[in-house]
Design a protein around this ligand. Structure first.
Ligand code: DLL
Length: 432
């Protein structure tokens, strides 16, 4: 296996990438206009027809799509092909509302697994590797996506799914797994568990492909050091296909977007005006190659910036910076914008393990923030005075990062409930 999974596509010239995107855009707009009344009505309301799409910039004439639109159209309202052409569905967890379902034809599955295969190869994977997949299988896209990608690369695929840490570690040792795919929070937990059991020398991992939730550069270093691996970021969302929409290469300097199947845009989250390279805004995707469930200008709510600068790895697809949070993840506490990732940065700088939770409340009409963070087993046996000192240091670190006071409580190791999928970082009691 070479450096790329699909070199001709991954290193295509900008002109050919954009020509393919323009052809794809014209095609998808025509398809949805003709086949999906929902899109046709939205376009008619703006007075736009497929003939108005002549250049890539014309994308700005098209209406945006939001998660609410997808929920309103649930389950079949946005389907662009007859149901009999669909071979699979996946779905979001629906923790913040009605579920959103994505549909795939066989070709859609094939494109999706190409993205995941590219991510595995970009992380140094080949048919020599044993790929341990500890993302959840089922409706969640993490397990199936990396699973199909791993098959394509020819790795020995270990379909663990999430949970049951003892069994995960046993297989990791027995099969001599070399690539670990799971959420970063679970990777951090596995790293702790490996150290607790003193089995570091029996773990043969060399790389990890971690995504599905926000994580910081500090957390990356922490996981890399504890597991002795290179940890790669992977991004995606159910609505577009799942993991592999964008992924990091060996440079670990932003995630290459699969521009042969999607058109990315960054827009100002308030005015929705398109933003240039380097400016932070909301990521918007048009999944023009999708047959069953193409989305036009889908607002992800994910915050990042984009660059088209050539990457040292030779890939020419544009890159997005590590995600900076979601516009709907942002907490407003005492009028100040707070992202959980900022808190994580401070905690890791102070040598704290990465299992933490933010508890937000309103007491006497004033917002309060408590940060609960687990101690390491060594800290737990420290004197009370030492723990109090640590708490005070973190309070002052948070004050200078966020500009507000947060109560800090160091709690017993393993006392914060761990979810098998994405970590639950925020409990906002103000909404109840
Ligand atoms: O989380 C797909 C996925 C699975 C991606 C495995 C990577 C690995 P959803 O459950 O639909 O799909 O959640 C999508 O998760 O809009 C982001 O807010 C967040 N997210 C995904 N990857 C990352 C990442 C999967 N690398 C939502 N960094 C997205 C930060 C991420 N946030």
């Amino acid at each position: 296996m070479g450096k790329y999974f699909q070199e001709d596509i991954e290193t295509a010239s900008r002109e050919s990438i954009e020509q393919n995107q323009l052809d794809g855009l014209k095609d998808v707009v025509k398809r949805v206009y003709e086949n999906v009344p929902f899109y046709r009505e939205k376009m008619e309301a703006l007075g736009v027809t497929p003939d108005d799409i002549q250049t890539l910039k014309d994308i700005a004439k098209l209406p945006f799509l939001t998660k609410d639109d997808l929920r309103d159209a649930y389950p079949y309202g946005l389907l662009a092909v007859p149901l009999k052409e669909c071979v699979r569905i996946h779905s979001t967890s629906g923790t913040t509302g009605k579920r959103v379902v994505d549909f795939y034809t066989q070709k859609d599955l094939d494109n999706w697994s190409n993205g995941c295969a590219r991510a595995i190869v970009a992380a140094g994977g080949s048919d020599e590797d044993v790929c341990h997949i500890a993302y959840g299988y089922g409706l969640f896209t993490g397990g199936s996506g990396l699973h199909d990608g791993s098959h394509k690369v020819g790795c020995l695929t270990v379909p663990m799914s999430s949970g049951n840490t003892d069994r995960q570690l046993q297989f990791m040792m027995d099969m001599e797994s070399t690539i670990l795919c799971c959420t970063p929070s679970y990777a951090a937990y596995l790293a702790e568990s490996i150290h607790e059991r003193g089995i570091q020398d029996q773990i043969k991992l060399k790389a990890g492909i971690f995504g599905a939730e926000a994580w910081s550069e500090e957390m990356r270093h922490d996981i890399q050091n504890k597991l002795g691996i290179k940890a790669y970021d992977i991004y995606g969302l159910t609505e577009i296909e799942g993991p592999g929409v964008a992924f990091e290469c060996q440079e670990q300097d932003g995630m290459h977007i699969c521009e042969d199947v999607v058109i990315p845009e960054i827009v100002d989250p308030d005015t929705f005006e398109p933003l240039p390279d380097g400016e932070i805004g909301e990521l918007v995707f048009t999944s023009f190659a999708k047959e069953a469930f193409p989305l036009i200008r889908y607002r992800t709510k994910d915050i990042t910036y984009i660059t088209h600068e050539r990457c040292k790895c030779g890939r020419t697809h544009a890159r997005i910076h590590r995600l900076m949070g979601r516009s709907d993840d942002m907490l407003i506490i005492k009028g100040v914008n707070v992202y959980p990732s900022q808190v994580e940065e401070v905690l890791i700088k102070h040598g704290m393990p990465s299992n933490y939770q933010l508890i937000v409340d309103r007491v006497n009409n004033s917002d309060t923030l408590e940060v609960k963070v687990e101690m390491t087993p060594e800290m737990f046996s420290d004197q009370v005075g030492v723990i109090e000192k640590k708490e005070k240091e973190i309070v002052s670190g948070l004050k200078s990062m966020l500009g507000i006071y947060a109560k800090v409580s160091l709690v017993q190791p393993k006392s914060i409930t761990r979810s098998e999928g994405k970590a639950v970082r925020v409990i906002d009691n103000r909404k109840i």
